[in-house]
Design a protein around this ligand. Structure first.
Ligand SMILES: Nc1ncnc2c1ncn2[C@@H]1O[C@H](COP(=O)(O)OP(=O)(O)O)[C@@H](O)[C@H]1O
Ligand SMILES: [Mg+2]
Length: 381
């Protein structure tokens, strides 16, 4: 069933210009200027102003006043309306030269031409100022857009790095666990079986016994290697006992590996952090000590942990050859050097501040500061 369509009532709208405040102000200014030009239309103005106004003849003042709406129109509506206003102003001024009390034509014509020139100059100047302003605004907007785009890219990159770091730690934990729970247990079982076989057969030929003994030692060496590798991937002492025991375990390991003297100094009352915070601090110490072993050519390194009620500061210092750290550590990643970048990313993950101070010939100091009331990060490793 068709419903009868209601006739749409069209409300008459006033043209928008009549609702514009500036338009009415212009009308007012023009009317004022017009009345000053043609005072004979107002009966009593001669009483107020017999001949002159502000040392100008009333006509000259009236003409100058016309520049007011012209400038205002150009300022508010732009050059086109400004020129239109100038036309209106000229249309009001010019007839007055030929009617009423004309004193001298040339002077009056010069005055009108002067006003036209000033009106044109004002219009052109305002237009060029507006164009400049628009150009500046466009340039500023472009700059802002570029900055926003750059910021978005940096955020994406940071998010990506964070996800990679989390995934890497998760993968290390999984492999370490697998090595510890499966591979190491299997090697222990093989070692015990060889042991058991040798105890059950005491009268083996000496060559067979030597062979089995060699195999036993080989399995045990492989077991130690697997354990070391598993600890290196994710030291269980860190999860079980915390940061300081883990660093205590790490220091002699690396000292032996890099043939380097490494000291550990702990000040203040020890405390435990959230597991992810302890892992990040441990990784920073581990990478810093590895860097000392690989690059510093140092004879000595010291790890210091200062616990205070507000902040915990971990410092890794060496007396090696030092280097020029780049202004932005992240720049190193471009050349495939991910250690320091990774340290910085990890520090940011837990709300810690990392600083690397180094100069050629003056050694290197890596400092990481963690507020004691560290917020729980969104992710745990
Ligand atoms: N303790 C240090 N002493 C001297 N140079 C260092 C030290 N730590 C880092 N560096 C320099 O900074 C660079 C970047 O280190 P890193 O990001 O860990 O990358 P990588 O260890 O893979 O080279 C190193 O290649 C080295 O030149
Ligand atoms: Mg490194």
């Amino acid at each position: 069933m068709k419903t009868a369509e209601k006739p749409v009532r069209r409300r008459r709208r006033l043209p928008r210009i009549f609702l514009n405040f500036h338009f009415w102000l212009l009308v007012l200014l023009f009317t004022g200027g017009f009345l000053l030009q043609y005072p004979q239309l107002i009966p009593f103005i001669d009483i107020l102003d017999p001949d002159s106004f502000l040392s100008l003849t009333r006509h000259s003042f009236g003409r100058l006043i016309m520049l007011l709406p012209v400038t205002y129109a150009a300022l508010v509506f732009g050059m086109r309306v400004g020129l239109l206003a100038l036309l209106v102003a000229v249309a009001i001024i010019v007839p007055n030269i030929f009617i009423g009390e004309v004193t001298s034509y040339p002077d009056e014509i010069i005055e009108v031409v002067g006003i036209i020139i000033i009106g044109l100059v004002v219009n052109l100047w305002l237009e060029s100022y507006e164009t400049d302003k628009k150009h500046r605004q466009v340039a500023y907007l472009r700059l802002e857009n570029a900055q926003r785009e750059l910021q978005r890219m940096q955020q994406n990159l940071r998010f990506y790095l964070k996800q990679i770091t989390i995934a890497q730690e998760e993968e290390r934990r999984r492999i370490a666990q697998e090595l510890h729970d499966e591979t190491a247990q299997d090697l222990i079982a093989i070692s015990r079986k060889i042991d058991g076989f040798m105890s059950l057969h005491p009268a083996l030929a000496s060559s067979d016994e030597a062979y089995l003994e060699d195999m036993h030692q080989h399995v045990n060496r492989t077991l130690s290697g697997v354990r070391r590798f598993s600890q290196d991937l994710r030291p269980s002492v860190l999860d079980d006992l915390g940061l300081i025991p883990a660093i205590d375990w790490l220091v002699p390991e690396l000292a032996k590996h890099y043939k380097l003297k490494i000291g550990l100094q702990v000040n203040g009352e020890q405390r435990r952090f959230a597991p992810e915070v302890e892992l990040v601090l441990f990784r920073i110490v581990q990478e810093s000590l590895r860097n000392i072993g690989k690059h510093a050519m140092a004879s000595r390194a010291v790890v210091t942990v200062d616990f205070t009620p507000e902040i915990t500061v971990v410092t890794i210092r060496d007396n090696g050859r030092g280097f020029h750290p780049p202004d932005r550590i992240g720049d190193l990643a471009v050349s495939g050097k991910l250690g320091l970048t990774g340290m910085q990313e990890r520090a940011q993950l837990i709300g810690a501040r990392l600083a690397i101070k180094s100069n050629p010939g003056e050694g290197t100091t890596v400092t990481v500061e963690v507020p004691t009331t560290t917020e729980q990060p969104e992710h745990s490793y």
